[in-house]
Ligand binder design. Sequence first.
Ligand SMILES: Nc1nc2c(ncn2[C@@H]2O[C@H](COP(=O)(O)OP(=O)(O)OP(=O)(O)O)[C@@H](O)[C@H]2O)c(=O)[nH]1
Ligand SMILES: C=C(OP(=O)(O)O)C(=O)O
Length: 218
Amino acid sequence: MPDPDSSAWSLVVPVKTLVAAKTRLSAAAGPHRAALAVAIACDTVEAALSCAPVVRVVVVTGDPEAAGALAEVGAHVVGDPEAGLNAALRHGAAEAVRLAPGAHVGALQADLPALRPAELALVLTAAAEFDQMFLPDAAEVGTTFYGVRPGVPFTPGFGGRSRERHLRRGAKELCLAGIDSVRRDVDTPDDLRLALALGVGPRTLSAVRRIREQDAGG
Ligand SMILES: Nc1nc2c(ncn2[C@@H]2O[C@H](COP(=O)(O)OP(=O)(O)OP(=O)(O)O)[C@@H](O)[C@H]2O)c(=O)[nH]1
Ligand SMILES: C=C(OP(=O)(O)O)C(=O)O
C-alpha cells in the first residue's frame, strides 16, 4: 500500500466537445465561442499546474482540438467515455489514482479563467483535512471543486444545483476567504465580465480582445 502524500493533489478537469461547449456564451462570442472555450480551459489548467500541491492535471476530453491545446499546456489527456460529466470525471480520477495512488484526487471545473495558483493552494490545503469536500461556485448554486482523500471513493455530483447535491451526500463544504478566483466560473456574459474584473489568463484575454475587435468592426 503506497504511503498517502498528505499534501499532493491530482486534479481532473473535464472538457466537453467544443461544438457543444459554452453555449451560454454563443451570442456574446459568435464565431469565437469554441476558441474562447479552449482559451478558458487552457488558462485554468496552466494556473492549476502552477499550484504547488498539484502534481498532475488529468484532462478528460473527446475533442481532438481541445486535447492538443491542453496537452501543450502540460495536461495529461485521456479520452471521454461519453457517458456524461460525472462519468468523465470518474474516468479521469481512475487514471489519476493509477498514476499517483497516494495523492488526493480533485475535480476542478475547466471554466475558471481568473484562477490564481496561490488561491487554489489555499483551497487544497484546507481540503486535505477532510475525507470528501467541495467548494461552491460564486453563485452558491453549483460547484467548482470536489475532492477526496486517498482511498476515499470519488463520487462527484456535478451538474445543475450541485452545491445542494454535494451537501446532501455529506461532502464538507469549504468556507474560506480570499479565494474568489477559484469560485468564479464562467458560464454567462456576466460571469465573463466578473472574471475579467478579477484578471484572467493570457489566452482568455486574447480571445476576448478578438471578440471585441470583431464587435467593433462589425
Ligand atoms: N469531458 C466531459 N466534460 C463535460 C461533459 N459535460 C460537461 N463537461 C464539462 O463540464 C463543465 C460544465 O459543463 P456545462 O455547464 O454542461 O457546459 P459548458 O460548456 O460549461 O456551458 P454551456 O454549454 O453553456 O452549458 C464544462 O467544463 C464542460 O466542458 C462531458 O460529458 N464530458
Ligand atoms: C456543472 C456545473 O457547473 P456549470 O453548469 O455552472 O458549469 C456545476 O456547478 O455542477
